[in-house]
Design a protein around this ligand. Structure first.
Ligand SMILES: Nc1ncnc2c1ncn2[C@@H]1O[C@H](COP(=O)(O)OP(=O)(O)OP(=O)(O)O)[C@@H](O)[C@H]1O
Ligand SMILES: O=P(O)(O)OC[C@H]1O[C@H](OP(=O)(O)OP(=O)(O)O)[C@H](O)[C@@H]1O
Ligand SMILES: [Mg+2]
Length: 327
């Protein structure tokens, strides 16, 4: 059975479980449960601290895990990130009291508190900055300056509210941008390769989640279009592959269906209305399959789980058969 690690607490936990539910997997109903078996889908979920997940996966005890890119980078675990999940976005940045007006060079000779010491040491070395000390703290890092444990910090910034509340300002460029990812182990020479059924389950799991990530970035748009502006309308909604154009039981009109990027949908609807299209409606998508390569802003990172021989190829353009088209 496929064994998958899911964050049990923190910023990633709730959204990870929601995404798994959208992909058709059972999830725990009690936050204290540390594992759950989804027999119907042949997956056992383990709810672990996100910081530990890359370690379990790299050692081979668990087949796949959901964690943060920054946590993976901080751990020394040897894993491949196979899919970006589009939630848990954050930046990892240096910060210091706003009043100082420091630049990155001012970090030389300073004490820097962080929960990610490995990332900070590597970044300081790369920028040839000799800090006085890198102090490892588990959380609430922003308070460490007031408490005189550190002169500056490196911490996760999402909205920037916590920094502002403590009179801190960011310094320099982000050290790292992060989001939730699926990690797979980077098989070591002393490890057995995964058996075929596990390879197949891994592939299926990643493709299901890829479908949810993709579906969240698009909406399905339907509209009625006067035949004389059909070509212009199709240019406005070219779809992922091509839009579906069907006859309407009204002379001189066609019905068009196309997937459109969620971020652009209102502009697209305005343009269609200006062309004389009508009955323009949108529908949210929960999931989809047959994502065409290079679409959807979902990067298949290096080392992505290869499909086993019997699994269908993602490049199979079944989108048009499904009437799935986008833009
Ligand atoms: N506002 C945020 N605060 C912290 N982590 C965030 C935030 N937004 C996204 N993340 C991501 O969540 C992951 C950290 O999760 P983790 O559960 O370890 O810490 P946490 O959310 O701070 O919870 P905890 O309260 O247990 O420290 C990282 O990948 C981080 O980039
Ligand atoms: O930019 P913001 O939206 O304010 O979010 C960033 C803050 O959130 C996290 O802390 P968390 O609440 O997880 O507490 P912790 O520091 O104890 O981990 C993170 O460590 C920052 O402190
Ligand atoms: Mg935290």
């Amino acid at each position: 059975m496929l064994r998958v690690a899911v964050p049990n607490k923190g910023s990633l936990a709730e959204e990870a479980s929601r995404m798994l539910r959208d992909a058709g997997y059972r999830q725990r109903s009690d936050n204290r449960d540390l594992s759950l078996t989804d027999d119907a889908n042949g997956v056992q979920f383990f709810y672990l601290r996100p910081k530990d997940i890359a370690t379990y996966v790299s050692e081979g005890q668990l087949h796949l895990g959901i964690t943060g890119h920054d946590l993976t980078e901080e751990s020394s675990a040897s894993v491949n990130e196979v899919l970006e999940l589009g939630f848990g976005q954050s930046q990892f940045r240096y910060a210091a009291p706003q009043a100082h007006g420091w630049t990155v060079q001012d970090l030389a000779g300073k004490r820097i508190a962080t929960s990610f010491p490995r990332l900070v040491r590597a970044n300081l070395a790369q920028q040839r900055i000799a800090a006085k000390d890198v102090i490892r703290l588990d959380g609430a890092v922003e308070v460490s300056i007031e408490l005189e444990v550190a002169d500056a910090i490196a911490d996760v910034v999402s909205t920037g509210r916590t920094l502002a509340q403590h009179g801190l300002a960011t310094i320099g460029d982000p050290i790292l941008s992060s989001q939730a990812v699926i990690v797979d182990r980077n098989a070591k020479f002393d490890q057995q390769p995964d058996p075929g059924d596990i390879m197949k389950s891994k592939y299926r799991f990643v493709e299901r989640l890829r479908g949810v990530v993709f579906a969240r970035q698009y909406v399905m748009l339907d509209y009625d279009c006067p035949e004389q502006v059909q070509d212009e309308a199709v240019r406005v909604t070219p779809g992922v592959q091509a839009p579906t154009v069907a006859p309407l039981s009204l002379d001189g009109w066609v019905a068009v269906r196309a997937m459109v990027r969620r971020s652009r949908v209102n502009d697209v609807m305005d343009e269609l209305a200006d062309l004389g299209c009508t009955g323009i409606v949108t529908a949210s998508l929960q999931s989809c399959r047959a994502v065409l390569p290079g679409h959807g802003g979902v990067s298949s990172m290096p080392g992505a789980t290869p499909p086993p021989a019997e699994a269908p190829s993602t490049s199979d353009p079944t989108a048009s058969q499904l009437g799935v088209a986008g833009g």
